[in-house]
Design a protein around this ligand. Structure first.
Ligand code: ZN
Length: 407
């Protein structure tokens, strides 16, 4: 059973209810400037088709209480799928854009397209059945992947899954019979999100400097992200900064990512002699599961602060210098209004933020005159699947293709 279609004139009523939330019927007539019997006919149709539901009563005064109408959030829904390096996060939001349910699972050894699509399918169907729905209720799907994606939703390259030229958008649209939107790279998605609704919403240009599992510096200028010919503009992570240095996931040695990303910091920390480390950090390195990298990085910086003679301070000083170099190059290349620091390495980590600010003053020519605002990102990367689902939901309400049809 799919999602029932709606007449264009009924859609306008539905949109008002969607925008304003639970609302009594008589107000709809006033707001739309239509007479009450016309609106009543529309409301009856929308209630019968399931698009609207009765959501309690309004008013406790002397007048007759009015029945409130609301969009039936379980009628149609939107899925957000975040294909991260090790983990799959699937979230479902209802027709009203609110989160219904979500699930995170780790990828197995087989990371081929068909294996990942099957894993997505299993998770998505599980979530939908818990909501008493099924895939025919899907009105839109968003997928984000840790790689380069072109404007036709083809994954040009994704190193962690070894995908090249994979038509992910078309495959998802075929499988679920609805619109699909595919966006690439944490950096690109977060840069766009920061420009739209985060730390850079008032700036003409921003560079989103991401330091988490990977490292990138993406430029968004006047609302448009610079993509580059192969969609990899700003991938600073795989520039070799320490020739012959530690091995990188890409196969090269001494990439910025191999010496200063979150996993690289944790790997370097676990190679230090344990005895010299503060006890809490020692305990975390001993027992923390791999997903606790953020907490380890943050704790390490917290303890390193101000102890100049220790190995830890030396290691993190080197990491900070490399990260500052990446930021300085990005500022020199793009000359932005705002530099947004994002990714888990910066979260709850004032020591690293301050270290970068201090180093930039010394590294970038005319730093004071440039007046670049250095701010912390506001959009949290853990919620990407939910934000993506909300994004396709928003797009649906602006352009409900296929659902609104003339009777
Ligand atoms: Zn590399």
């Amino acid at each position: 059973m799919g999602v029932p279609t709606v007449r264009p004139s009924d859609w306008q009523v539905l949109q008002v209810v969607h925008r304003l939330g639970a609302i009594p019927q008589y107000k709809l007539a006033d707001l739309l400037g239509r007479n009450r019997s016309t609106v009543n006919g529309t409301v009856q149709r929308l209630l019968a088709s399931g698009w609207l539901v009765r959501a309690g009563q309004s008013g406790t005064g002397r007048g007759r209480p009015a029945i409130l109408l609301a969009v039936n959030k379980s009628l149609g829904c939107f899925a957000g799928i975040d294909i991260a390096a090790d983990e799959l996060h699937v979230a479902v939001v209802g027709a009203d854009g609110t989160l219904q349910d979500q699930v995170r699972t780790r990828f197995g050894r087989d990371r081929s397209l068909s294996a990942v699509l099957d894993q997505i399918d299993l998770n998505l169907r599980g979530l939908l059945s818990r909501m008493d729905a099924n895939v025919s209720r899907l009105l839109g799907v968003w997928a984000g992947i840790n790689g380069a994606v072109n404007d036709r939703g083809v994954v040009v390259t994704c190193a962690s899954h070894r995908w090249y030229n994979v038509p992910l958008r078309d495959r998802l649209a075929q499988r679920y019979g609805c619109d699909a939107l595919v966006q690439g790279s944490a950096g690109v998605m977060n840069a766009a999100a920061e420009s739209l609704m985060g730390a850079g919403r008032e700036a003409e240009s921003l560079v989103y400097y991401h330091v988490g599992r990977g490292i990138s510096a993406r430029l968004v200028s006047r609302g448009r992200a610079l993509a580059g010919r192969t969609q990899r503009a700003g991938e600073f992570g795989h520039v070799v900064v320490e020739p012959g240095g530690p091995k990188c996931a890409c196969g090269n040695r001494g990439c910025l990512e191999a010496v200063a990303s979150g996993p690289a910091i944790v790997a370097a920390l676990s190679k230090l002699p344990r005895r010299g480390l503060p006890a809490p950090l020692r305990a975390m390195l001993r027992k923390s599961p791999p997903e606790k990298k953020r907490a380890i990085v943050c704790t390490a910086f917290q303890y390193a602060n101000g102890r100049k003679d220790q190995m830890l301070t030396k290691l993190l000083g080197r990491v900070t210098a490399y990260l500052a170099l990446g930021a300085a190059m990005a500022v020199a290349a793009y000359d932005p209004d705002v530099l947004v620091l994002g990714g888990y390495a910066f979260e709850d980590n004032p020591a690293l933020q301050e270290g970068i600010r201090k180093a930039l003053r010394a590294m970038v020519l005319d730093w004071e005159e440039r007046k670049v605002r250095v701010v912390l990102g506001e959009v949290m990367s853990q919620d990407r699947a939910i934000a993506g689902a909300a994004e396709v939901c928003q797009r649906f309400w602006a352009n409900p293709r296929g659902v609104v049809v003339s009777a």
